[in-house]
Design a binder for this molecule. Structure first.
Ligand code: BMA
Length: 309
């Protein structure tokens, strides 16, 4: 029996969704959503964004042996900084972690949120239980920072999402040392009349294929009853990721199920990571309605074929 629902979307939802909900969190909190997965030595680690009752978010760790059934650790693994330079900029929480492995080191780019706005921060971890902050790597007004898994032309590369002229576009920036970022270039902007017409941002650490970097991103369409967050794909040139090979016209996942429609922010599917399994299946982890953590799958080859056309 197929455990995944075949609906109207390219991605197949797991029938057991949501895989992590409020009742699975061992400590008091408001919501759980937007988790970033890593698979290491057969164990799945999922770094979850948990919003507390006060409104600030922290990160909790969930582990699993099959990527579907997770157990959440009893206390958060990363909370807003209590001292040092980070304290000032994490006063309203830490949000939307994205883990990227580069040469055996696990980096986490996340949003540091404070009274000054959202800015991108960088930390690293060896075991997913303890995190060492490295630096604040953007000014405010920027989020959805995601590292590429390898250097390109001897430089680290990241997606980021500054808002200029009120427009949230995806940009690419470069760094020689992960601390100082620049050479920023626009990658792509919202497309009028499409599912991603209002705002876009990178979602999943880019996956290298022989056709180019496959990026799963989020797009927002504004409607008379509020925004709708969807997921789509773009393929970028391997040597120069500011060059778009193909940007799909259709989204691959739209909010339809109750756990995506109903929650603190309704009509949201928001991915923060994916696992490519040895059998060619891609598991995409996403937050539903800013209140649940869900997974959907697809054959990676099918997603590439779709994304190239
Ligand atoms: C984005 C981020 C996400 C959130 C989404 C929908 O801007 O803040 O964390 O899931 O909005 O509310």
């Amino acid at each position: 029996m197929d455990k995944f629902k075949h609906g109207r979307d390219l991605l197949h939802r797991f029938e057991g969704n949501p895989i992590v909900g409020l009742n699975d969190i061992p400590f008091r909190c408001n919501t759980v959503f937007n988790g970033s997965p890593i698979k290491k030595d057969g164990t799945y680690y999922l770094l979850l964004r948990i919003e507390g009752q006060g409104g600030a978010s922290v990160f909790a760790l969930a582990t699993s042996s099959d990527g579907l059934c997770f157990k959440v650790e009893p206390v958060p693994v990363m909370t807003p900084a209590k001292d040092g330079i980070f304290k000032k900029y994490e006063g309203r929480g830490i949000e939307d972690p994205r883990i990227t492995e580069i040469d055996g080191t696990y980096y986490v780019m996340y949003t540091a949120y404070s009274q000054y706005g959202a800015r991108i921060a960088l930390a690293k971890t060896e075991n997913f239980y303890a995190y060492e902050r490295i630096a604040l790597v953007s000014e405010p007004g920027n989020k959805d920072g995601i590292l590429f898994p390898e250097k390109i032309n001897n430089e680290y590369v990241r997606f980021d999402r500054p808002i200029g002229n009120g427009i949230g576009s995806m940009w690419i920036s470069y760094s020689k040392n992960l601390l100082d970022w620049g050479k920023s270039e626009i990658l792509m902007s919202p497309r009028p009349r499409f599912w991603d017409s209002y705002r876009i941002g990178a979602s999943v650490p880019p996956i290298k294929t022989k056709y180019g970097w496959l990026e799963i991103y989020h797009g927002v369409r504004m409607t008379s009853s509020g925004p709708i967050y969807r997921i789509g794909t773009v393929i970028l040139d391997l040597d120069d990721p500011t060059k778009i090979i193909n940007r799909c016209e259709e989204s691959i996942l739209s909010p339809r199920e109750d756990y995506e429609r109903i929650g603190d922010v309704g009509n949201v599917v928001f991915a923060c990571g994916a696992i490519l399994e040895d059998n060619g299946e891609l598991k995409v982890y996403y937050g539903g309605a800013d209140t649940h953590l869900c997974v959907a799958t697809i054959s990676f080859q099918k997603l590439i074929d779709f994304s190239l056309n």
